[in-house]
Design a protein. Structure first.
Length: 250
């Protein structure tokens, strides 16, 4: 188990934000990876977070197991698997500095995308776009999920124009990310990241994730999400800039 107090000073709020995302503050959990990457390598950070995400997915899949869109999942899950494989090749073949720079760029792009949406903007595929567009977005979602657990934007670009019923959208989202999180397991195993140290560290953080998930359900009904989101995504952009700076100095 990791014992560095600096790591836990970053990990506890990072995992708490991930739990809040599962509880209703969609998207804020993406800051978890870049925060942890300030203390440990991005690949190790992603490996620690993956078991936590899988545990959280169980709740979402069970709650919405009867409301999901088969067509979206049969298109996007296989294409996401391709993106996951490409992300694995990148993490396995390139330097840690390159992975750090990629994570920083993804963090800035993700935060900018979410702030654009918060201001009323939309970046999405047309509702009548051909299926190959969905396959490309699925591969991109898998790639960014493998590198930084940040597969939401490409997924939303394809799914939001479908104007699904809310329960169907949430169920499709829950099952999709549960599936690709399991698809990432062999990649992280091949990278040798499921070590005793990483798994015990994840186990220590799981109670924080579960508690914060319930807190998210409670808070989402009582807190004005707009201001909260702006603060979190602003923080994410700053962290992304810091990661790019560290990659440039390395």
């Amino acid at each position: 188990m990791l014992t560095d107090p600096v790591f836990y000073a970053l990990a506890v709020p990072a995992v708490a934000l991930m739990g809040l995302a599962k509880g209703g503050f969609s998207g804020v959990g993406a800051v978890a990876m870049p925060l942890l990457a300030l203390a440990i390598s991005p690949v190790q950070a992603a490996a620690i977070l993956l078991p936590i995400l899988i545990v959280q997915d169980v709740v979402g899949v069970w709650a919405f197991r009867r409301t999901w869109d088969r067509g979206i999942l049969t298109l996007m899950v296989p294409s996401a698997a391709v993106g996951i494989f490409l992300g694995y090749l990148m993490a396995a073949q390139v330097s840690a500095t390159a992975v750090l720079a990629t994570l920083g760029a993804i963090s800035i792009a993700f935060a900018a995308h979410r702030l654009w949406i918060a201001r009323g903007g939309r970046v999405q595929a047309p509702s009548n776009a051909p299926r190959w567009v969905g396959a490309i977005l699925g591969a991109l979602s898998g790639f960014t999920s493998q590198i930084a657990h940040a597969g939401q934007p490409p997924f939303q670009m394809w799914v939001l124009p479908k104007q699904l019923e809310p329960a169907v959208f949430v169920g499709t989202n829950a099952i999709y990310f549960a599936a690709i999180n399991w698809l990432k397991v062999p990649a992280y195993a091949a990278l040798g990241q499921f070590t005793r140290q990483n798994l015990t560290t994840a186990a220590v953080l799981i109670p924080v994730a579960i508690a914060s998930t319930f807190a998210g359900v409670w808070l989402v009904r009582r807190v004005r999400a707009e201001r909260f989101y702006v603060i979190i995504y602003g923080l994410m952009m700053l962290v992304g800039v810091q990661l790019l700076w560290e990659a440039w100095r390395a």
